[in-house]
Ligand binder design. Structure first.
Ligand code: PLP
Length: 400
């Protein structure tokens, strides 16, 4: 076995890397890289999408009390009953969608695990999954690990309109699912009723499951209201809606997410979830059960607060002469760097972090073919006003 002669390339590679073939092409997530660069260079971190402020004190107090009171043991694999009930109530309260908390709601370790449980629970080798790019970086590696193939349909800069003809061409007999991230990271796009209706028609005629990644469902601007896939006519029984309490309650580190779907589709999610994590921390679930049920004022304040932060950062960027793509939802905005003299978005982000003191994310990492997004840099504004003001000051100094 010491003699490497006669071995195939993959056998030789397997001696140099323990990583399975499916995951090798993906490398380290750009968010990890940019956050590490921000820490090394002392930059303000407007790269990875987590708040630099704490979520509501009452939620944290409930979790702390639950930990002290105990028990702190495994809870039901599908999630504690009060949280599943709160999620079902939320679907009815915000979207007029009725779901059975016992058979249609599954609590997971964040939306990320819900995505993994969904894709691993649904896909067979050789299946295809349609991704609308730019897309969140977790989807392709999970699809690859399931032995399935991602088929990309591009939404083009700056409007990110869905090319519905290209979308129709992407559907075929092998298509098992499509992932729709709405509101959309990184573009801030909110899918129109017409786009959702076209997606629903295509899913129905090709017997395809629509997977909704709706983690930014409560962060929309200018009076917009979210449409969940489960409320789109034709998708009621063929969609799995994934969301998370991370963004809505500024607790990204807690990783409490969930999937909502018909009993049959929920079974696919639960089947893999039980072997991925089995369950998520009971105390945090208890706190989130209370959080989701908070009065309308909480949700209105969240919108008002992000509307003000969006205005603060983006109008300052506009005034600096930068070309800003204002989001319709989410807490991300992109700037078009075409005229700024950088080779690409990665070079600019390295420059921003190390020379300007503001970390951002090169948006090209959301595309399969990175050249499609190399003119965009994504900044997040889920930060305190002090952080945003300091970032504006640094960017102004650079622009001057
Ligand atoms: C589109 C999208 N989906 C999923 C996630 C992950 O959510 P969670 O932290 O609940 O796993 C994120 C986090 O940034 C995201 O932007």
């Amino acid at each position: 076995m010491n003699n490497s002669k006669g071995k195939t390339v993959s056998e030789k590679q397997s001696r140099t890397s323990a990583v399975c073939h499916a995951l090798r092409p993906f490398g380290t997530s750009i968010f990890t890289e940019m956050t590490a660069l921000a820490q090394r260079s002392g930059a303000l971190n407007l790269s990875q999408g987590f708040p630099d402020f704490e979520g509501p004190i009452d939620i944290r107090r409930t979790a702390a009390e639950a930990i002290l009171r105990g028990p702190n043991q495994y809870v039901s694999s599908i999630g504690i009953a009060p949280l599943r009930q709160a999620i079902a109530d939320k679907m009815s309260r915000f979207y007029n969608v009725t779901v059975d908390p016992n058979t249609q709601v599954t609590v997971t370790a964040g939306a990320t695990e819900a995505l993994a449980a969904t894709l691993l629970g649904l896909l067979n080798p050789g299946d295809e999954v349609i991704l609308l790019e730019p897309c969140y970086d977790a989807y392709p590696p999970i699809i690859a690990r399931a032995g399935a193939r991602a088929v990309y349909v591009s939404m083009s800069v700056p409007d990110f309109d869905l090319d519905t003809s290209a979308l129709a061409r992407a559907f075929n007999a092998r298509t098992k699912a499509i992932v729709i991230n709405n509101p959309h990271n990184p573009s801030g796009k909110v899918f129109t009723e017409r786009e959702l209706a076209i997606i629903a028609d295509l899913c129905a005629s090709h017997n395809v499951v629509a997977i909704g990644d709706e983690v930014y469902e409560h962060i929309l601007y200018d009076g917009r209201k979210h449409t969940t896939l489960l409320a789109v006519p034709g998708l009621e029984d063929r969609s799995i809606v994934i969301s998370s309490t991370a963004k809505t309650f500024s607790t990204t580190g807690w990783k409490i997410g969930y999937g909502v779907a018909s009993p049959d589709l929920s079974q696919a999610v639960r089947m893999s979830h039980q072997f991925l994590t089995f369950c998520t921390p009971g105390a945090l679930q208890e706190a989130m059960a209370g959080a989701i049920g908070m009065a309308d004022a909480y949700y209105e304040d969240l919108t008002a607060s992000y509307t003000a932060k969006r205005q603060k950062l983006l109008s300052a960027l506009d005034e600096m002469g930068l070309t800003v793509l204002w989001p319709k939802g989410t807490y991300y905005a992109s700037i078009d760097i075409n005229d700024l003299g950088f080779e690409d978005d990665l070079e600019m982000c390295r420059f921003l972090a190390t020379q300007v003191g503001v970390a951002a994310v090169p948006a090209s990492f959301f595309w399969k073919d990175r050249s499609n997004g190399k003119n965009l840099v994504r900044l997040c504004f889920c930060k305190t006003d002090d952080t945003i003001d300091a970032a504006i000051e640094r960017l102004k100094r650079w622009k001057r």
